[in-house]
Design a protein around this ligand. Sequence first.
Ligand code: HEC
Ligand code: HEC
Length: 258
Amino acid sequence: MALNKRHPAALFAVLAVALGTTGAAYAAVSSQTAPKVVAKTETQVEQGKQLYLEGCSSCHGLAAQGASDGPSLIGVGAASVDFQVGTGRMPLAAPGVQAMPKMPSYNEEETAALAAYIATLGAGPGIPTAEMLDTTNAELALGGELFRTNCAQCHGASAVGGALSEGRKAPSLMDADAKNLYEAMVSGPQSMPVFADSTLSVEDKQHIIAYVAELQKNESPGGFSLGRQGPVTEGLFIFVVGLGVLIVAAVWIGAKAK
Ligand code: HEC
Ligand code: HEC
């Protein structure tokens, strides 16, 4: 294709077409990988089983017994599935990568079906009811105490997240809702311990949930939060900007000295 050199706009037109084509191709590819919606006539558990076989069995095994690329899901309970799928951690993009929160791949109905199917395989913590998540009688002071004893060593005293060993990170809890918090506590994702109801009663969990909600209300008291990404981003920001300022200052001083 011969570009008219006197019309630089032609270059922009070509660029725009190229970007548009790439975008369309990406959209086509990503919509192909979206999970198929199963007919609504099936029962919830049947639907969950179908979704499981299509989207999860490659890593967790045909009967969820576990395989080389994923742990057994027998007995993890509906809460763990609702947490993992609801926060977009599952399905894992590829074997061996760390599970990260992302846009969920399944809608609420499909997530509930997957959770219902896994719950039939073995007893485990269920999805918390509205009553269990009700914090009207919770005590903030007690919640703070429980949080500092059980959670702060990983998530930080103000729940903005913190670094763990082996390059892992305990995430910020600034966007975690009550269900998220409850399900994380009963299922113990990744290197987080399980806080079963026998260790931390339903009421204790409510105190903690109320306390975290209070921290969320009071987040970033003063200062610029930098998107609440926690100490890593803010450290990086200081590093990059601070270093930049120092370099500019050094060059300026050098130039003046001449
Ligand atoms: C590419 C492989 C892969 C796929 C696909 C996948 N998983 Fe996982 N899953 C894993 C791995 C690996 C872990 C352990 C992750 C960790 O510890 O952070 C895991 C953990 C889980 C857990 C937590 C188990 C526990 O002990 O509490 C649940 C629940 C789960 N997966 C459900 C699902 C569901 C449901 C699907 C399908 C929608 C799915 N996974 C798809 C690899 C996969
Ligand atoms: C030993 C360290 C450790 C302790 C103690 C711990 N957590 Fe976690 N927590 C983690 C890690 C690591 C993750 C990330 C798991 C993942 O991404 O799969 C996590 C994830 C979470 C999440 C999910 C956040 C999100 O991004 O969706 C919540 C909510 C949570 N923890 C709450 C708590 C609460 C409440 C306590 C105290 C009762 C607690 N944690 C104690 C390490 C810990």
